[in-house]
Design a binder for this molecule. Structure first.
Ligand code: NDP
Ligand code: GDP
Length: 327
C-alpha cells in the first residue's frame, strides 16, 4: 500500500523538492500550509506538483492544527521543515524565531506522540548549530556553538527530537543539513541574491549588488539532492542523526565570481560591500563531513557548487527575460 507523508513547510524550497521526490516514489503527500494573505504556493506550481498534494491549512504553532492534520492524513512519515529559516531575520524577530523554529518542534512531536507514536519523524536541523566551531570539518559529534537566535532555536529543536527518541521510543531522526540552494531559494539568501543580481545586471535592470561579509565560507549543495537524504533517513532500521553536506567549502566571493562570469561579467565591477549587511555575530566558516550518511545509506551530493550556481543563474536569466520575479 502507498505510504503517506505529511510535510510541514511544504511551501518552502525543501518542501517543494521533497513533495516532488515523494510523489515520484508513489507517496500520498499532505502539506501543512499556514494561512497567508498573499500567495505562498509559487514553488509548488514551479515544480508542477500543486495539484497532486493535499493541502491542509494550519499553523505549526497551533497544536490543534497538528493533531487534526495527523488524524486526517493518517501519515506514516512526518517531515518537519517549517521554520523561520533566515538567519539574518532572526536578530530582528528573535521571539518569533524562537517560537516558530524552536518551540514548534515540540508541538509536532507531541502531536505525533498523542495521535500515533509509530509515525516516523524527520527534523530539519542545521549546520548553523555548529556556529563558532573550532573544528575545521564538522560531523555529528562536533560540539555546537550557535551564533544567532535561529541557530539557538534550531538547537532546541535538535535536542527535543533526540529527547523524544530517547524518552518515548519515537522514530525521530534529525538531518544536520549544510546550506543547500536552488532556483527556488528565497531571495534573501546570499546565493539567490547573487544569481538574481547577475541576471538583472546582465539585462540592464540593476547596476550594483550590495553584500555583507563576502569572505564567509559555506558548504553549498543542491536542495534537490538533499531531500533524498531526508527520505533515506526515515527508511533506516533505527532513528539517528546525520550530517548532510558536500564536503567542500567556498567563499561568498568565489560564488559571486562564478555567477557573474557565467553571464560574461567581472563581479569586481558590480559587487560592493555594505556594513549594514554584516551580522551581529557571524558564522565564518562551515564545512561538513557527510561520511556517516554515505556509509549508512549510500547518500552523497551529486551537484558541485559551480554547477549549482550556474543552474541558478540560468533560471534567473529566464525569469528576468520573461519579467517574472519569483521570490
Ligand atoms: P524556507 O524558508 O524556504 O521554508 C520554510 C517553510 O516554513 C515555508 O513553507 C513557510 O511557510 C513555513 N512556515 C513558516 N512559519 C510557519 C508557521 N508558523 N506555520 C506553518 N508553516 C510555517 O526553508 P527551506 O525550505 O530552505 O528549509 C527547510 C527547513 O530546513 C527549515 O526548517 C530550515 O530552517 C532548514 N534548513 C535549511 C537549510 C538550507 O540551506 N535551506 C539548511 C539547514 C536547515 P510560508 O511559505 O507560508 O512562509
Ligand atoms: P546562512 O548560512 O543560513 O546564514 O545563509 P545566507 O545565504 O543567508 O548567508 C550565507 C553567508 O553569506 C553568511 O555568512 C552571510 O553573512 C554571508 N553574506 C554576505 N552578504 C550577504 C547578504 O547580502 N545576504 C545574505 N543573506 N548573506 C550574506
Amino acid at each position: 500500500m502507498a505510504k503517506t507523508a505529511l510535510i510541514t513547510g511544504v511551501t518552502g524550497q525543501d518542501g517543494a523538492y521533497l513533495s516532488k521526490f515523494l510523489l515520484e516514489k508513489g507517496y500520498n503527500v499532505y502539506g501543512l500550509v499556514a494561512r497567508r494573505a498573499s500567495d505562498s504556493l509559487w514553488r509548488l506550481r514551479y515544480l508542477n506538483v500543486l495539484d497532486d498534494i493535499k493541502i491542509i491549512n494550519g499553523d505549526i504553532l497551533d497544536l490543534s492544527s497538528l493533531t487534526r492534520v495527523l488524524e486526517a492524513s493518517k501519515a506514516d512519515e512526518v517531515y518537519n521543515l517549517a521554520a523561520q529559516s533566515f538567519v539574518g531575520a532572526s536578530w530582528q524577530q528573535p521571539v518569533l524565531t524562537t517560537q516558530v523554529t524552536g518551540f514548534s518542534v515540540v508541538n509536532v512531536l507531541e502531536a505525533v506522540r498523542l495521535v500515533n507514536d509509530k509515525i516516523k519523524f524527520y527534523q530539519a536541523s542545521t549546520s548553523e548549530m555548529f556556529g563558532k566551531t573550532s573544528e575545521t570539518i564538522q560531523c555529528e559529534n562536533t560540539v555546537f556553538h550557535p551564533r544567532s537566535p535561529y541557530g539557538v532555536a534550531k538547537l532546541f529543536g535538535h535536542y527535543i527530537t533526540i529527547n523524544y527518541r530517547e524518552s518515548f521510543g519515537i522514530f525521530a531522526s534529525a538531518g544536520i543539513l549544510f546550506n543547500h540552494e536552488s532556483p527556488l531559494r528565497g531571495i534573501e539568501f546570499v546565493t539567490r541574491k547573487v544569481t538574481d543580481a547577475a541576471a538583472r545586471i546582465k539585462y540592464g535592470k540593476q547596476s550594483k549588488l550590495y553584500l555583507g561579509n563576502i569572505d564567509a565560507q559555506r558548504d553549498w549543495g543542491y536542495a534537490k539532492d538533499y531531500v533524498e537524504a531526508m527520505y533515506l533517513m526515515l527508511q533506516q532500521d533505527k532513528p539517528d542523526d546525520y550530517v548532510i553536506a558536500t564536503g567542500k567549502t567556498s567563499t561568498v566571493r568565489e560564488m559571486c565570481r562564478i555567477a557573474f562570469s557565467y553571464v560574461g561579467l567581472d563581479y569586481n565591477d558590480y559587487v560592493e560591500t555594505d556594513p549594514k549587511l554584516f551580522r551581529p555575530a557571524e558564522v565564518e566558516r562551515l564545512l561538513g563531513n557527510p561520511k556517516k550518511a554515505k556509509e549508512k545509506f549510500g547518500w552523497e551530493a551529486k551537484t558541485p557548487m559551480k554547477e549549482l550556481i550556474e543552474l541558478m543563474v540560468e533560471a534567473d536569466l529566464e525569469r528576468v527575460k520573461n519579467n517574472k520575479r519569483e521570490f
